[in-house]
Design a protein. Structure first.
Length: 252
């Protein structure tokens, strides 16, 4: 399987979620997020009185829809660029916080935490990924609910497309994907160019977890799994489906 000539930096996330991110993920729109937000709200039993954290909220596309269902919303992200976009499309009632998910600045204040679009497993050091779960558990009240939308490792291994090329707004996007089996990570290198001139090179890398493995990591931090789905149609988790959607709660 082809690999890019350069290695992925451990802090790849520090530069990937900037001005070109909305071009790479132009299909991830506010409209497209409506179905996902509605599914999450239904399965956690979202109430108007809930206090909700959208962890790694990005440009706020899920918060836009969640605001129709509950008043207490906080979006947290590392990217100042994406948070500026979120601020422009959200009510002032929604609080936005720039923070590193490894150092969660909350304690015992949320009744729901949501995490969409594989926004976990970023860190090469597994202890840092575990620090995220520790922070989520600390931020949740006892008995609070949890929603995580993650990539399905078995599906990725069976269907990974090594290379692709597409055009968005006159920019050619060339993507190379591969699995590092030793590190148990799926990686992507993206080259953006216009007229043959390279504009940027971006990278992404996330940890691949088996369902039982993810469930055990959550349990170790007092987070219990209630249901697992394979996509937003509500089918049960299985290798044939692309997502590992977890609905759970914090132990009392």
């Amino acid at each position: 399987m082809p690999k890019p000539s350069h290695t992925i930096r451990e802090d790849w996330f520090a530069e990937t979620f900037d001005t070109l991110y909305p071009i790479v993920y132009a299909h991830r729109t506010i409209k497209a997020a409506g179905r996902e937000a509605a599914f999450a709200a239904e399965h956690v039993g979202l109430r108007d009185t809930d206090m909700v954290l959208d962890l790694a909220c990005g440009n706020g596309r899920h918060l836009h829809h969640l605001a129709e269902k509950t008043r207490g919303l906080v979006g947290m992200d590392y990217s100042a660029f994406l948070l500026r976009h979120a601020r422009a499309c959200l009510s002032e009632r929604t609080l936005l916080v720039r923070a590193d998910m490894r150092q969660m600045p909350f304690r015992d204040c949320f009744t729901v935490v949501m995490n969409f679009f594989t926004s976990f497993g970023y860190f090469a050091n597994e202890d840092e990924n575990l620090a995220v779960l520790e922070g989520v558990s600390r931020a949740l009240k006892a008995g609070a609910r949890l929603f995580i939308d993650y990539v399905n490792a078995e599906y990725v291994e069976q269907t990974l497309q090594p290379e692709s090329v597409r055009m968005v707004d006159g920019i050619e996007i060339l993507e190379t994907r591969w699995i590092d089996h030793q590190a148990r990570r799926v990686n992507k290198s993206t080259r953006l160019q216009r007229g043959g001139k390279i504009l940027r090179r971006l990278s992404e890398s996330v940890r691949l977890y088996r369902p039982w493995e993810f469930e055990e990591l959550l349990r170790r931090h007092g987070l219990m799994v209630d249901k697992m789905f394979g996509d937003y149609s509500g089918v049960p988790l299985a290798p044939a489906y692309p997502r590992m959607i977890i609905v759970g709660h914090k132990a009392v």
